[in-house]
Design a protein around this ligand. Sequence first.
Ligand SMILES: [Zn+2]
Ligand SMILES: [Zn+2]
Length: 421
Amino acid sequence: MAGQIRAIRGMRDILPPETSRWQWVEQVAREVFDLYGYRELRLPLLERTELFSRSIGVDTDIVAKEMYTFPDRHGDSLTLRPEATAQVVRAALENRLDRAPGVQKLYTLGPMFRYERPQKGRYRQFHQINCEALGADAPDLDAEVILMLMEILGRLGLTQVRLFLNSLGCPECQQDFKARLKLFLRTKEGWCDDCFRRREINPLRVLDCKSAHCQGLLKGSPVLKDCLDEACAGHYARVLELLNRFRVPYEENPRLVRGLDYYTRTAFEVVAAGLGAQDAVAGGGRYNGLSQELGGPELPAIGFAIGQDRLLEVLPPEAGRISPPKVFLAALGDAARDRALGLLQDLRRWGLAAEMDFQGRSLKAQMSLADRLGAIYVIILGNRELETGQAVLRRMATGGQEQVALKELPAILANFISGKV
Ligand SMILES: [Zn+2]
Ligand SMILES: [Zn+2]
C-alpha cells in the first residue's frame, strides 16, 4: 500500500470553519480599502529572482536564507514571492499605472513564501494583506495610510495594539547614520557571524539581528533620529502631528528599521498586546527609492502588510465565525426526497441557506445532522405531508413544531429568519 502523502513542512491547510474567519478579515479589509480609494491587484506568485534580490537587498535574511528560488525549465531563476511590495511596484511600472494622474492606491491579498524555521504562528507559506500608495512623498499620505491600517485593525476588534514608529530618513541621512553606526559596531566584539560581516557592508542589518546577544551589544548604539536632516525631521514631525490630531496612540521606537533595504523615512510596526516585539501583526513604511532601484522613474511610495496568519491568531476564536442561518430539509421516502429537491431550490431562491441529506439516513440521523450543521429550522417531509400539502416546521432551539403549507414555506421561513415575525 502506498504511503499517505502529507503537506510540506511549514505549509498548512486552512479548513472550515476557520476559513470563514479568513473571509471575514479579508472582507473587512476590502471595505476599508474601498473607503480610502484603494483598488485590488491580483499578481503572480512567481517572479524573477532578480526582482527581490535587487529590491529587498542581497544581504538581508530574506534574500540570503529564506527565499524559495529555483531554475525553471529554461534555466531562468525564479522565486516564490517572499513579500509583495517589490512586486506591486514592478506591476505598477510595467503596466504604466504610475503615469495615471494622482496617487495610485493599490492593495493585494495572498500567500507569500519564506523558508524559515517553522514555529508556532510562523509558516513557510503565510498570508498577507498588502496596500501600497504610489506617487507622493507627502507626510499626510503616511498618516492616512497608518490611519487606514488602524481602522482595519479596529474594525476587526483588535484594539489592544501598540503602534511603533520611526523615521529612517533619506539616503543621505542613512549614509550619515551608517557611518556613525559602523564606528560604534567596531567598538564591540562578539558579534554573530552574520553581524560580523554585515557591520562593514550593511550595518543597518545588524540592528534587526535576531540574536539576543547581538541585541545586547547594541545597547547605546546611535539612533537614526539623531541623524535626520531638516527635511526628513520635518516630514517625520508632520506624521506625528497628524497622528496626535487624529488621536492614534503611538510609541516612537528609534531602533525600528524593518528587515528590508528599501525603506526610507516613515517606518512602523503594530504589535498586538501579549505578543513579543518579534511578532508584529502589521508593518510598513515608505520606500521612496524602490522604483528607481527597479529601473523605473522617481516614484515616492508608502505601504504596509498585515500578517493574516498572526492576526487571526490574536483575534478571539469566535471573531468572524459567521454562517448564515440555515434550514435543513429532512425527507423520508423517495417521493418526499424528490419533492424536497424542488423545495430546497425554492428556499435558496428566497435567499435561505438550505441543505438536505444525500446519504439515505434515518429521520433520527437526519435530525442529528441538522443539529451538527447548526440549522435553526428543520422541515420534516414524509409521505403523509406530501398528501396533505403540509410540512412539519421545527424550531431547533425550542423544539417547538407547527404544520405549515408547503407552498407558503419559503415565504414564512424568510420572514422568520429576517426577524419580521
Ligand atoms: Zn534626509
Ligand atoms: Zn547578529
